[in-house]
Write a protein that binds this ligand. Structure first.
Ligand SMILES: C[S@@+](CC[C@H](N)C(=O)[O-])C[C@H]1O[C@@H](n2cnc3c(N)ncnc32)[C@H](O)[C@@H]1O
Length: 352
């Protein structure tokens, strides 16, 4: 889903009439009287009311009829938000958690109407974005002047999927701060929308098996599943004495905080190594991280990251603090207390 959104946003050429096209698509969907359901989702009835599934299917059929790939991608993104707002899932949390039946029965939803409104907003927002690019002289004959590329991949293998484009001058990223399941369940959050989107329109490498269960994307993410392909615990704890001290104070019983923490950081170490590899010597990296809580203790993510990158031929130039003014989701969940601050590490790779 992230790759899809990035491709829409960073495309060099876009369709200026996408707003009008979206309206036609909504019109086509509204005129479609068929009842065929366009998703193979097994537990569909749990997450969608029957008439919602019917309208989402009509939208999906109408989107598929568009010839232009960028237009379809724009419409899939709009459909994703439509799914979020019209499914039976609560919008108050990233985790999949169905609303109570009594509430579901009371909701009277039309995905086509929701889609139509969202498409209008998205088209206007996109138009404003392109206008800003134009003002900044970043468009030439309506085309973005630089090359853009969004790739799908696992950061533990960045050298593989960026091989032909690396090395890079600059890296800016915000990695996960812990395993998805106990921090932010990005995978569960993407699960319902992805069931309605054509994977071929995202990328040939987009793997439909990621929808095998509601847990699969989070399982494949950093800290999600034990794997041998990553740093050993010994290598990790030697690289970060700070992490070792923190881990030693946690309970080590199976399923406990320490196990989760170490599993995440073994993956994180492997992905740091792989990412640093695709950066030019002397190149800069900007890492934004938050300090999550585990077993009631705040993990010093920024300090651990500092120690880990310094062991990978890098220097931390400075660390900045950013206050988070706006968050879409509530500040508190079962395992992480309020996160109102983020740290931004400015890192430089040492010359070869
Ligand atoms: C804190 S979010 C930041 C997202 C994005 N960089 C931004 O700034 O908006 C971390 C992201 O990393 C993704 N992620 C987790 N494990 C990953 C992996 N092994 N490879 C690539 N991405 C991963 C998560 O799904 C999540 O979308």
């Amino acid at each position: 889903l992230a790759v899809l959104i990035s491709r829409v946003r960073t495309a060099q050429s876009v369709e200026a009439e996408v707003g009008a096209i979206a309206e036609q698509v909504a019109g086509k969907a509204a005129a479609d009287r068929r009842h065929t359901i366009e998703t193979a989702m097994e537990n569909r009835d749990k997450w969608f009311q029957a008439d919602v599934s019917r309208e989402l299917s009509r939208l999906r059929r109408a989107i598929r009829q568009c010839d232009d790939l960028w237009v379809r991608r724009f419409l899939w993104v709009t459909l994703a938000e439509t799914v979020r707002l019209t499914s039976n899932d609560r919008t108050s949390t990233y985790k999949l958690h169905a609303r109570p039946l009594s509430e579901i029965e009371k909701r009277n939803l039309s995905p086509i109407a929701v889609f139509k409104n969202l498409a209008k907003e998205n088209a206007a927002s996109f138009k404003a974005f392109r206008h800003r690019l134009s003002e900044a002289k970043r468009l030439k004959s309506s085309k973005y002047v630089a090359k853009t590329d969004a790739r799908i991949g696992d950061t533990r293998n960045a050298q593989e999927y960026w091989a032909d484009a690396a090395p890079f001058d600059l890296l800016m990223t915000s990695p996960p701060y812990g395993d998805n399941l106990t921090t932010v369940t990005y995978g569960q959050h993407s699960y319902l929308p992805l069931h309605w989107i054509d994977f071929e329109d995202i990328d040939p490498a987009a793997d439909i098996e990621t929808l095998r269960t509601t847990q699969e994307i989070d399982r494949r993410s950093l800290g999600g599943a034990a794997s041998d392909d990553v740093w050993t615990e010994a290598k990790l704890l030697e690289a970060s004495p700070r992490l070792k001290r923190f881990a030693d104070a946690l309970s080590a019983k199976p399923g406990d905080a320490r196990v989760r923490l170490i599993r995440f950081y073994r993956d994180f170490g492997a992905s740091l190594e792989s990412i640093v590899d695709v950066v030019k010597p002397d190149g800069y990296m900007i890492w934004t991280v938050g300090n999550r809580n585990i077993a009631g203790q705040q993990v010093p993510t920024d300090l651990v990251l500092s120690e880990l990158v310094e062991g990978l031929r890098c220097n931390v130039v400075t660390t900045l603090t950013r206050r988070i003014h706006h968050k879409r989701m509530p500040d508190r969940n079962a395992s992480s207390a309020t996160m109102r601050e983020e740290k931004i590490l400015l890192v430089r790779k040492i010359e070869a």
